[in-house]
Design a protein around this ligand. Structure first.
Ligand code: GDP
Ligand code: ADP
Length: 211
């Protein structure tokens, strides 16, 4: 069975990764969302195992020690990481997996899975990015400032990604991401087809030489 595609959706805090991911999950059941572990406190309405697996720092460090995380990063004072087993098992079942993670973690995933599809979500403008972080109302002024200053560094990593998608409107951003995934599937299938064709001509040439 062919392995599924690993899709990594990344970009600065407040750009709309969580919102776009939730909309993608409503639009298709073909994309399996990887639930991350974090030491951050749950926000109102967030559920254990749905939004995150909420961990203490000790529990998180134990996951690191057991190599239970595909990648992890410290972001604005908290740990965030991707549980390894779920991702590997789901990809092996031929299903596509989407990770919604910040940029340091995404670059670590790229080292391990260079064949992954790396998508950077961009805001329509930096003023709109600030507006979204402030408007979400989940952070104190100090955290908003830290997230915005991290966002500037994060934007500089755009060139390391395969694709950039502007999140102007949620539905349009989803359309763009789904189009990328469809195109990547076509590429992968065509590539396999070419490999099989090459193998066939090699075996024919070899058989001819042995005769
Ligand atoms: N490296 C890494 N980053 C993650 C993971 N899960 C979530 N993040 C990122 O951590 C950052 C902070 O997440 P969160 O506190 O939920 O805030 P929000 O996504 O900005 O609403 C965001 O950029 C997330 O995409 C993960 O497993 N690994
Ligand atoms: N396309 C969009 N247009 C307007 N507001 C958006 C859009 N996408 C997300 N938002 C809003 O921006 C804020 C940050 O989105 P969120 O998904 O939490 O970002 P991230 O996960 O990247 O930190 C939320 O209040 C969300 O409702």
């Amino acid at each position: 069975m062919n392995k599924g595609l690993l899709i990594v959706l990344s970009g600065p805090s407040g750009v709309g990764k969580g919102t776009v991911c939730a909309a993608l999950r409503r639009r298709t059941t073909d994309l399996i969302y990887s639930v991350s572990a974090t030491t951050r406190a749950p926000r109102a309405g967030e559920q254990e195992g749905v939004n995150y697996f909420f961990k203490s720092r000790e529990q998180f460090q134990d996951m690191i020690a057991r190599d239970a995380l595909l990648e992890y990063a410290e972001y604005v004072g908290n740990y965030y990481g991707t549980p390894r087993e779920f991702v590997e098992k789901t990809l092996a079942e031929g299903k596509d997996v989407i990770l919604e993670i910040e940029v340091q973690g995404a670059l670590k995933v790229k080292e391990k899975f260079p064949e992954g599809v790396f998508i950077f979500l961009l805001p329509p403008s930096m003023a709109e990015l600030k507006q979204r972080i402030v408007g979400r109302g989940t952070e104190s002024q100090d955290k908003i400032d830290r997230r915005l200053s991290v966002a500037v560094d994060e934007m500089n990593l755009l060139s390391k990604y395969d694709y950039a998608v502007v999140n102007d409107e949620i539905d349009r951003a989803c359309d763009r991401i789904l189009a990328i995934i469809t195109a990547e599937h076509c590429k992968k299938e065509r590539f396999l087809h070419e490999l099989l064709g090459e193998l066939k001509s090699l075996t024919t040439a070899q058989n001819g030489a042995e005769r």
